[in-house]
Design a protein around this ligand. Structure first.
Ligand code: NAP
Length: 445
């Protein structure tokens, strides 16, 4: 990293102690930016780097609620409104026991560049809580969501900040959050949350969009080498919103998905994952990996070890951050992996990314590959604003166009900076310059 960038990075370390995921996300972007600063010294003069690393607003709040046994529970809520140079703050909410300020900042920081790359007029934010919805009744989840929104609502608005889902926040949680927002404000303000149900303001394809988009992006990368998903062995980690619809789209394109996972282990299904069963277990019953195996002859559950030891042509990490390490990358390479694309945010450690890229593997970074979700959220906002509802085929076509555009922006920028095929550099530079130019135009604010 160049001296100017090192200095700002040191300042980020000092100002945000103990937030290792945030540090990692900043470093990953900064490692691409050297040539940009040489070409555009105005960014340095206007302290764009210092400004872009400091969230515009950080909200931390108490979330008190009552569980089914009548006990008072206290969780911590977060919303980091990172950057609104391109539009209202936009980014999901994560409910998971590991959530703390450093995770929310890493996700919010990534979101700035992802949203910029998507070509949609949205700024970057992220939020969440250390609440764990797993094992909680619907009533408990509802009371938690109501308590969470009772504080957060005052910071939201269709022109201000528009949250969506992430880990632990799906259609059920968005429903409870929207219901409470509506009750408190007495406004049916559809544009204040995305990921809504299709009968009450949601967009078709939003549920599928992140997983579908990740596969569409990967298909475009493969196309640059005259390859495709057709006939390939694919491994996809996770079995949540992103993973399930990545499985669906990969299968539609003719691939055989042979493994998926959750936090209890990974499932190998050499015959190809039974998508209907996976959806029934994970979406309808909120079950575990073992429930799939119990009903699927020939499949097996591995409770320890790494899913990346399963040989594949294409690997799609779709669970969580830092889940694919340098050892995993070595294992994938030893089995001849040809493409890796991040459905999750920052699932591949920096050393693993470096090794995969140096070995000539096509590598799609999350801020490009998984941008289909937030892009479709922006399409949901468009439909809400015009009081319209588009059909599935049209919306999916828009998503495919957006993913193609993101791919081409990354590839074109990598070419322009003399690093053809480097999607990490392309995504970081293309995402950054658009936000930086808007920040310059808006003055010191
Ligand atoms: P989700 O529906 O809650 O599913 C998450 C999946 O990952 C579950 O199978 C979960 O297993 C597994 N998982 C989570 N934390 C884990 C951990 N620490 N160790 C092992 N497995 C873990 O969430 P999602 O929406 O699919 O999000 C997955 C990733 O995609 C996240 O990185 C998220 O930030 C990113 N992303 C999501 C969207 C979106 O539209 N939803 C958009 C862009 C990026 P358990 O159920 O056992 O915990």
């Amino acid at each position: 990293m160049e001296t100017q960038l090192e200095q700002v990075y040191d300042q980020v370390l000092r100002r945000n102690p103990g937030e290792s995921e945030f540090h990692q996300a900043v470093r990953e972007v900064f490692e691409s930016l050297g040539p940009v600063l040489t070409k555009h010294p105005q960014y340095v003069d206007a302290a764009v780097l210092e400004r872009i690393c400091e969230p515009e607003r950080q909200i931390i709040f108490r979330v008190p609620w009552v569980d089914d046994a009548g006990r008072v529970q206290i969780n911590r809520g977060f919303r980091v409104e990172f950057n609104s140079a391109l539009g209202p703050y936009k980014g999901g909410l994560r409910f998971h026991p590991s959530v703390y300020l450093g995770i929310v900042k890493f996700l919010g920081f990534e979101q700035i560049f992802k949203n910029s790359l998507s070509g949609m007029p949205i700024g970057g934010a992220k939020g969440g809580s250390d609440f764990d919805p797993r094992g909680r009744s619907d009533g408990e989840v509802m009371r938690f969501c109501q308590a969470f929104m009772t504080e957060l609502y005052r910071h939201l608005g269709e022109y201000t900040d528009v949250p969506a889902g992430d880990i632990g926040v799906g259609g059920r949680e968005i429903g409870y959050l929207f219901g409470q927002y509506k009750r408190i404000t007495n406004r049916y303000e559809s544009g204040v949350l995305t990921g809504k149900g299709v009968t009450w303001g949601g967009s078709l394809v939003r549920t599928e969009a992140t997983g579908y988009g990740t596969v569409m992006f990967t298909e475009r990368m493969l196309g640059t080498r005259n390859e495709s998903f057709d006939g390939q062995r694919v491994v996809i980690s996770g079995s949540g919103n992103v993973a399930i619809f990545a499985v669906e789209k990969a299968q539609q394109l003719g691939a055989r998905v042979v493994a998926f996972s959750d936090s209890s282990g990974y499932v190998v299904d050499e015959a190809g994952v039974d998508l209907d069963l996976l959806k029934a277990v994970k979406l309808d019953e909120r079950g575990r990996a073992k429930d799939y195996v119990a009903r699927r002859p020939g499949s097996r559950l591995v409770e320890d070890g790494s899913i990346w030891d399963i040989p594949c042509d294409i690997a799609l990490p779709c669970a969580t951050q830092n889940e694919l390490t340098v050892d995993d990358a070595r294992s994938l390479l030893s089995h001849g992996v040809r493409a890796v694309a991040e459905g999750a945010n920052m699932p591949t450690t920096p050393e693993a990314v470096r090794l995969l890229q140096e070995s000539g593997v096509l590598f799609g970074p999350g801020k490009a590959a998984n941008a289909g979700g937030v892009a479709t959220s922006a399409l949901e906002m468009q439909q809400n604003a015009s009081r319209d509802a588009w059909d599935f085929a049209y919306t999916e076509e828009r998503l495919a166009e957006i993913m193609s555009g993101i791919h081409d922006r990354c590839a074109g920028t990598a070419d322009e900076y003399g690093r053809p095929g480097d999607y990490v550099l392309g995504a970081n530079i293309a995402g950054f310059t658009k936000v930086a130019d808007a920040m310059l135009a808006l003055g010191v604010i």
